[in-house]
Design a protein around this ligand. Structure first.
Ligand code: PMM
Length: 271
């Protein structure tokens, strides 16, 4: 059964849900709701990674995520923490988080490998080439699938060298991070090549701008973020069909339902 990570951005400025869950109680209530809908983990982030975003300092990031993680864990909700900072990851793990989701794949903070190895927790290594402020100009590839695969393999090697157990590693092609729409489509269409690295793959397409651009109106204006759910569900089904370990989505109920349809179809196929 593919896993579902429900997105919970405790930020004022994330592209998809920025500002909606900046308040602790609202964030916790939404996390509990996503768990009830079937999320395996609630992925709590305190720094926006939208293209062009400025960074917040580590203390601000930790002050956003730690109280929410404490409340969610107390309510029995498994949590992953979406951070590139070892100090924030360490505080989140102390608060009860069970996975580190690092969009930099360990590149942003040289201490992250040590923190994850000591905690013995799973580590999502996402493909990344630089912080949000700079990532647009880093979207240059001769062969995006081969290069993302090779750069992820390097991230995995460094994680292993830092003492992280191979069975704790999850990789993610990082849609939208130093990628154009065309790069995202190529990666989505060739997920098997990322899966062939031999590690579980997490896939995050939910509400991303390449979907908005595909569904643009006749004037060329992209489909608004809150009207990309049907497209997101299509990406969930296609990714699950390709064999990913899990999907990271905003609308948990929709992806749970879509995966149930996929599962029932697989069962019927083997009858
Ligand atoms: N995308 C975003 C944030 N964190 N983490 C992983 N592992 N994979 C992703 O694709 C990913 C991520 C940006 O999307 P958001 O603003 O909706 O959180």
């Amino acid at each position: 059964m593919p896993r579902i990570l429900g997105v919970l951005n405790v930020t004022p400025d994330s592209f998809s849900d920025g500002g909606r869950y900046a308040d602790r109680d609202a964030a916790v209530a939404h996390g509990i709701r996503m768990r009830a809908q079937g999320a395996d983990y609630v992925d709590v982030g305190g720094e926006s990674t939208r293209p062009g975003a400025e960074r917040v300092d580590a203390a601000t990031e930790a002050a956003r995520v730690v109280p929410v993680i404490l409340d969610l864990v107390a309510a029995g909700v498994p949590v992953s923490v979406d951070t590139t900072r070892a100090a924030v990851a360490a505080q989140a793990l102390d608060a009860g988080a069970s996975i580190v989701n690092d969009v930099s794949g360990g590149l942003a903070d040289p201490v992250m490998g040590k923190v994850v190895a000591e905690a013995g927790c799973p580590w999502v290594l996402m493909h990344w080439r630089g912080h949000s402020r700079d990532m647009r100009q880093l979207a240059v590839y001769a062969d995006v699938v081969a290069e993302v695969r090779a750069e992820l393999a390097q991230r995995v090697d460094e994680a292993l060298a830092a003492g992280v157990a191979p069975e704790k590693i999850i990789v993610d092609p990082g849609l939208g991070f130093a990628k154009t729409a065309e790069h995202n489509w190529r990666l989505s269409a060739h997920l098997g090549e990322i899966i062939s690295l031999g590690y579980p793959v997490l896939f995050g397409a939910s509400r991303k701008s390449y979907l908005g651009r595909l569904l643009a109106d006749p004037h060329g204006d992209p489909r608004p973020v809150d009207q990309r759910e049907a497209a997101t569900l299509a990406t969930t089904v296609l990714a699950v069909q390709a064999g990913v370990w899990g999907v990271r989505v905003h609308d948990v109920q929709g992806s749970v339902d879509a995966i149930r349809v996929w599962e029932a179809t697989c069962r019927a196929r083997s009858r």
